[in-house]
Ligand binder design. Structure first.
Ligand code: FES
Length: 261
């Protein structure tokens, strides 16, 4: 232990433990599963960007929505709109996935999960990390994580568009399995977005008197309940968006073709 005089500054040192950890449980299981889950999302997302079977009337794959590219087929375009002109013929996912992707990448929960599972920083509580020093998120490049709130505003718009896609499917094909998959996905995506810590702060983060702002207080109470489920919502919405996207593509490719698809 470091000896200090009463006036000397305390030098904070790491505990001098010779082994990596004294834990005897399976602490590595959660980071490993997280690594596999996030990696599968990443690999799927890359494939989805280059895959062209993202629309089969009235379903549009969530990874390609809103479809704003010139290459979008008629019926897939958001409000029939193609704002990027003829010069933009790349896949539509390339144009929009940076927004929901950035939202998840800078999410407080995902940060914890990939810092642990990808960077092992640290991999789990009371397990030594391989890095020699820790500068946190106070400096470049991790200070950029602070733009999360702006991604939140974009995610609200994307969530509304996915809900709009689900309503369109509901109107045109109410008995379709794909319709209900899109509906469940829209609910989970919007629940995850509203459960965001930034959203909770926006509703009433700086208020000193809840009693003077009853509406904001009610919004904050609602968001706080969702916020307590942020981690499960992060996973559920991630798998639902991947599942819904894959389902639409399989129908579009003709791989799933039963009467109520
Ligand atoms: Fe996770 Fe905002 S904190 S989405």
């Amino acid at each position: 232990m470091t000896q200090t005089t009463p006036d000397a500054p305390v030098r904070r040192q790491r505990a001098q433990v010779k082994v990596r950890t004294l834990r005897t449980d399976r602490w590595w299981l959660v980071p490993l599963l997280t690594f596999l889950g996030l990696s599968s999302f990443l690999v799927y997302g890359i494939w989805a960007i280059i895959d062209n079977s993202y629309f089969v009337d009235p379903y549009i794959a969530p990874f390609a929505s809103p479809c704003l590219a010139t290459s979008c087929p008629e019926g897939a375009r958001l409000f029939g709109w193609a704002p990027f002109g003829d010069w933009y013929a790349l896949p539509p996912g390339l144009l929009i996935l940076g927004l929901p992707g950035g939202f998840r990448l800078t999410c407080y929960y995902y940060r914890k999960s990939y810092y642990r599972s990808f960077w092992l920083s640290p991999p789990a509580c009371a397990v030594q990390e391989p890095h020699g020093k820790y500068t946190g998120e106070r400096r470049f490049p991790l200070i950029i994580q602070n733009i999360h709130r702006y991604f939140f505003y974009a995610a609200i718009v994307i969530g509304l568009i996915l809900a709009y896609d689900a309503v369109l499917a509901l109107v045109h094909k109410p008995t379709g399995l794909g319709t209900w998959i899109l509906v469940v996905n829209a609910v989970l995506i919007n629940a995850y977005t509203l459960s965001c810590h930034s959203c909770r702060h926006i509703t009433a983060g700086r208020l000193n008197h809840f009693s003077r702002h009853p509406l904001r207080y009610r919004a904050w109470t609602f968001v706080s309940k969702l916020n307590a489920k942020h981690q499960p919502l992060a996973w559920a919405s991630m798998f639902s968006v991947m599942g819904a996207d894959l389902y639409v593509r399989l129908v579009a490719k003709g791989i799933i073709a039963f009467p109520y698809a």
